[in-house]
Ligand binder design. Structure first.
Ligand code: NAD
Length: 452
């Protein structure tokens, strides 16, 4: 990787910032706490990721000047997205693409469309991607994108205009060997298709520029289910040590979207019983079981979760208190926090979402004896399948769904076992172990390249 390239399209970049700038960023991040609009917890997502990074680098005794390189992203692109909406007015949104570290390969990471997106959240998610791709041991760096747009309130045409405008403004820092986009909250296969098309308009047909595409446009079989499936692979590895079997498992899903609903449907195939679920509009409970497929269909058809017939409507807070074996947070960051972690009554928590658990909540859960399988490995299935899609696109070849799922299982099991082995060896929690494994790999790659 070149040491400091100036971006060419009027973008902003962080170039060669030393420990001092890192210190300033630290102060800003720590002071940024609760005041942010939409923040759900006592700390921001950036504080969460940096807290765990600090703990892992202290454990590894990595010198401060080296830590400073990874504390901040390599490159930050911030763009304006003016779009005329159906009220005939121009609305100006902010878009970000943040490339955290590319020592192990091209930058890779999703794009989120959500009104609460801000640059700090995207920074947090970008660095998480760096550690995640390293823990999964796939040849990518870490990046993330986001636009602070109320995606759910837009028409299809408006959404397309946002997606195309965003792509046309960040295209110069992208490329199939540079930085590859993927779906995240409120960006699905259709959004990826528009982005691929826009990139193709500017640079020629390049399917490998985004993953999570529709199958008809070079998407990979199994990609849509992969993050949820990856969570289930991790749970299956962990369950025997806790005396649990998938068939006897009861589980609750917070955030019945892509990740949550796929995890639920796959667990149900294995015989597990879903007894609670929520989305941004409500929550439901039925101790005798909620059919994961029927709930998915109900929501796909535009139904309200509270109106799903075969369950009782409860408050989103009460969902936390449902006694169960497995709780899957699969919504947004900071949803399990200081204020509510004590209410959880599960044995295992598998983090489908990114940064759902704050450090304070993590301590509370540890105190309660809950096993937390951290996001860095638990939800890596999505980027692993994205890697498969990218490989297939580069080869102009397609694997069967079975091949994808088998290869995904291999990588997820390997990653989870490596994290467990490190946790045991160093006598640290799984989350610390995951960060330690990821950071070690990235530092080694950076050193070997001569980047640091
Ligand atoms: P999605 O938009 O499909 O689903 C998010 C779900 O969370 C929706 O059902 C939404 O209604 C719900 N939600 C939002 N606010 C909520 C609240 N306050 N209470 C309860 N539910 C709420 O998004 P997704 O792609 O499934 O992503 C979910 C999480 O998983 C995010 O944190 C994302 O970063 C992470 N993730 C996604 C992928 C992927 O491949 N999609 C990969 C890795 C991590």
């Amino acid at each position: 990787m070149a040491k400091a390239q100036a971006p060419t399209n009027g973008t902003t970049a962080n170039i060669d910032r030393g420990p001092q700038a890192a210190e300033q960023a630290k102060e800003q991040a720590i002071g940024s706490g609760k005041e942010k609009p939409g923040q759900l917890a006592e700390v921001s997502n950036l504080e969460i990721v940096r807290h765990y990074f600090d703990r892992a680098t202290a454990h590894l005794q990595i010198p401060e000047d080296v830590c400073a390189v990874f504390w901040e992203p390599y490159r930050e692109v911030s763009v304006q997205i003016p779009v005329r909406l159906s009220d005939e007015k121009i609305h100006v949104f902010s878009g970000y693409r943040i490339q955290h570290n590319g020592a192990r390969g091209p930058y890779k990471g999703g794009v989120r469309f959500h009104p609460d997106v801000d640059i700090d959240e995207v920074r947090a998610l970008a660095s998480l991607m760096t550690w995640k791709t390293a823990v999964a041991d796939i040849p990518f760096g870490g990046a993330k994108g986001g636009v602070n747009v109320p995606a759910k309130k837009l028409t299809t045409d408006e959404l397309q205009a946002v997606a195309r405008s965003f792509m046309s403004k960040i295209d110069k820092v992208l490329g199939p060997d540079r930085d590859i986009l993927a779906p995240d909250v409120n960006t699905d296969a259709q959004v990826m298709a528009w982005m691929m098309d826009e990139y193709g308009r500017l640079h020629g047909h390049t399917p490998a520029i985004v993953t999570g595409k529709p199958i008809s446009l070079g998407g990979s079989y199994g990609r849509d289910a992969a993050t949820g499936r990856g969570c289930v692979f991790c749970y299956r590895e962990a369950a025997p040590d806790l005396g649990l079997t998938p068939a006897s498992t009861t589980f609750v899903v917070q955030g019945y979207g892509n990740v949550g609903s796929w995890a639920a449907r796959i667990l149900q195939e294995l015989g597990a019983t879903m007894i609670g679920a929520s989305n941004s509009r409500g929550a439901i409970r039925n101790d005798h079981g909620i059919d994961a497929n029927e709930l998915y269909d109900h929501l796909e058809e535009g139904g309200e979760i509270s109106e799903f017939g075969a369950a009782e409507s409860v408050s989103v807070d009460d969902l936390l208190e449902i006694p169960c074996d497995l709780f899957i947070p699969a919504a947004l960051g900071g949803m399990i926090n200081e204020g509510n972690a004590d209410r959880l009554q599960c044995k295992v928590l598998v983090e489908g979402a990114n940064s759902p658990t704050t450090p304070a909540a993590d301590e509370i859960l540890q105190g309660k004896g809950v096993l937390v399988i951290p996001d860095v490995i638990a939800n890596a299935g999505g980027v692993v399948a994205s890697y498969f899609e990218w490989v297939q696109n580069l080869q102009h070849f397609r694997w069967t769904e079975r091949e994808v799922n088998d290869k995904l299982g291999h990588i997820m099991r390997r990653g989870y076992r490596q994290v467990c082995a490190r946790a045991e060896q160093d006598e640290i929690p799984l989350r610390d172990a995951a960060y330690v494994v990821g950071i070690e790999r990235v530092v080694e790659a950076s050193r070997t390249r001569g980047y640091i």
